[in-house]
Design a protein around this ligand. Sequence first.
Ligand SMILES: Cc1ncc(C[n+]2csc(CCOP(=O)(O)OP(=O)(O)O)c2C)c(N)n1
Ligand SMILES: [Mg+2]
Length: 279
Amino acid sequence: MSVPIDQLHAIAKELRKDILRMTTEAGSGHPSSSMSAVEVVTALYFGGFLNFDAKNPKDPNRDRFILSKGHAAPVLYAALAHKGLFPHEELMTLRKLGSRLEGHPNMLRLGGIEASTGSLGQGLSMGVGYALAARLAKNGSQTYVMTGDGELGQGQIWEAAASAGKYGLDNLTCIVDRNGFQQTGSSFDVLNMDPIDGKFASFGWSTQVINGNDQQEVLDALNRARSNKGRPNCIVSLTKKGYGMLNLMAKLKDENFHGKPMPAKYLDEAIAEVEAGVA
Ligand SMILES: Cc1ncc(C[n+]2csc(CCOP(=O)(O)OP(=O)(O)O)c2C)c(N)n1
Ligand SMILES: [Mg+2]
């Protein structure tokens, strides 16, 4: 199934606006971490990749998407709302007491969440488990995991990478959101993991490096991953943290903007920048 690229661009804009609005309403959260990942999440949920039916989110044969960088939950919630899993207005309950939309995804609270994440470095291991189970079940289910770039230095990422390589899990794709920043600064300074593709390749993975904010490049990379046989797939997705509101972030003199909602007084300006698109 091929979806017109204009349609995907329009969805990506809607997701960005939702991310901004829900985090500003919450007064907390991670809009910049969410916005770098929008084109990948858009491609997966709306570009014909994820076999996921919001009316039947527990279908045992569904594909899985695990947001290992769980603090970017707003991008996942926005996508699930647009899929029709829950009413769009529920997005505005993000992080409020009693809401199913917790600050980090909780699979016990919301169907459609495949793994409870937020403690970084764990999602790829869960993805390996899903991929092994799908192989046993012979149901053709694909598993996609998104990690952060800072996240590559945490948890059991490399143990998972080694075991996925050992088992040749070609039904597993790990997308690294290489946005160049983590919590406290540049990912290159804090703990440089370059070459990321080389490290995955050394564990037997098939690798690609793409511009992850280019919708067409993301679609092409996911297509190549889907037809690849015998090895797990790593897509190093070179992105910009806060993509869509970079001018405003520059004006506010913060190129990371980690864990900060857009202050309410700048929200309209941020939305206008998203609407205008990136030149
Ligand atoms: C195990 C663990 N340690 C520390 C944190 C705190 N923390 C939250 S986000 C973050 C930075 C993550 O950076 P990156 O993976 O690059 O994601 P980005 O926000 O840039 O997309 C950290 C250290 C955490 N959530 N889990
Ligand atoms: Mg990062």
